[in-house]
Design a protein around this ligand. Structure first.
Ligand code: GMT
Length: 378
């Protein structure tokens, strides 16, 4: 099939999943075109045979507002026409589902032209935060309902979409996934020693995100402070975003400068996860929690919030530990337990890897997308 994938290029789960899907579809002999404002984060090192189409939004002195929906819709029309796309798969509803809808309607007006089927995949805040904002909701609902198929990355997000947006289209759950051959523990003793010198520290705690308020990086520091009172632990935060400065200030204010290191976003997170002992994800909301799954695949137990789709990824007490987002004391207690009880730590690390392998690998999930494409194309 000839498939166009539309996604965000910035650091974030929806772009990562869209990019990985594109990569896997190429491996399965599909022709894949990726449309975005710039080359997505995890595609920069290796294009994997994906044809990238940049979406430009020209400046015009009259406009103060960038007209991205129009330029994206126009680019989808051009690529669909030139490459005879069968499918346009929009990742993240706002505004990609709207642009894809518009593009399909434009193509419909062309006599004898091929009209691709539009699929929208909902990822999270496109519904739970942004999409339900009163200034967007009606258009987002319309665009979702006019898609030829809609998927959500968790049952929790499917229910949120029905409840909060009153969307009526059937929504199929297709969970996020990993290339488990790549996402596996590859221990680098040098990296471990650099991040967590053995003479000074006994444990390495890690958090990866785009440092948006919903990720609550301040809560990561809060849990870590409590851990630090009982375990000689070091915290590595990797990423950047709106809360970067706030977190840096907080680390300094608590005098944690030596025990906390903030790294830039990592193109390859496997080396860092592979030297970690624990992953913290105390988000306010998380429709899936891809970063938690990446940690599990690398045999790192996760302590996370019991919110949204996280309980569909982490089996509480078996592949990780879940608490109410505000219960930082309980998160710290669970973390300290895992960092000091070797047997429980090993068992959780093993179960996490097994769950990632068994439920969330490419071989389990990518065929679900392919089957959906086939249904729409034939
Ligand atoms: O930034 C993004 O790419 C999307 C981001 C979001 O906030 O919507 O992440 C969401 O999509 C990921 C991939 O499906 C999920 O793993 C995240 O849980 C989800 N984030 C939230 O729900 C906060």
């Amino acid at each position: 099939m000839r498939i166009g994938i539309v996604c965000y290029a910035s650091l974030g789960g929806s772009g990562i999943v869209a990019t990985e899907l594109a990569r896997q579809l190429v491996r399965r002999s599909h022709e894949v075109h990726l449309l975005s404002s710039e080359i997505p984060f995890r595609l920069r090192a290796d294009s994997g045979g994906i044809v990238f189409h940049p979406v430009g939004t020209p400046d015009y002195p009259l406009f103060r507002e960038p007209q991205y929906v129009i330029s994206l819709a126009t680019r989808i029309v051009q690529v669909a026409r030139e490459r005879q796309l069968d499918i346009v798969h929009a990742h993240y509803a706002v505004p990609h589902a709207t642009a894809a809808y518009l593009a399909r309607e434009i193509l419909r007006t062309e006599c004898g032209g091929r009209v691709p089927a539009v699929i929208t995949t909902l990822h999270g805040t496109d519904i739970t935060l942004v999409g339900t904002d009163p200034s967007y909701a009606e258009t987002v609902r319309f665009s979702i309902d006019r898609s030829d198929a809609v998927t959500a990355v968790s049952e929790s997000l499917r229910l949120d979409t029905i409840e909060r947006l009153q969307a009526v289209s059937p929504i199929r759950v297709i969970p996020n996934f990993l290339d488990c051959d790549r996402f596996k523990r590859v221990f680098d003793a040098g990296l471990r020693e650099r991040l967590c010198p053995a003479g000074q520290y006994d444990a390495l705690v890690v958090h990866l995100s785009n440092f948006r308020p919903v990720k609550r990086v301040n809560a990561v520091v809060g849990v870590f402070r409590r851990i630090r009172e009982r375990v000689r632990a070091r915290l590595v935060l990797a990423g950047e975003g709106p809360d970067s400065l706030k977190v840096q200030n907080e680390v300094e204010a608590y005098g944690l400068g030596r025990d906390v290191e903030i790294l830039p976003p990592q193109e390859d997170v496997v080396p860092l996860l592979s030297v970690a002992d624990l992953f913290l994800l105390p988000s306010l909301q998380e429709s899936f929690g891809l970063a938690a799954l990446e940690a599990m695949a690398c045999e790192v137990p996760v302590v996370a919030s019991r919110v949204g789709g996280i309980p569909e990824v982490i089996d509480d007490g078996i592949t990780g530990v879940l608490h109410a987002p505000d219960d930082l004391d309980a998160m710290a207690d669970s973390a300290v337990h895992l960092l000091t009880d070797r047997a429980d730590h090993q068992s959780m690390a093993r179960e996490g890897r097994w769950a990632a392998n068994y439920r969330f690998c490419v071989s389990e999930v990518v065929p679900l997308y392919e089957a959906l494409y086939r249904e729409l194309v034939t």
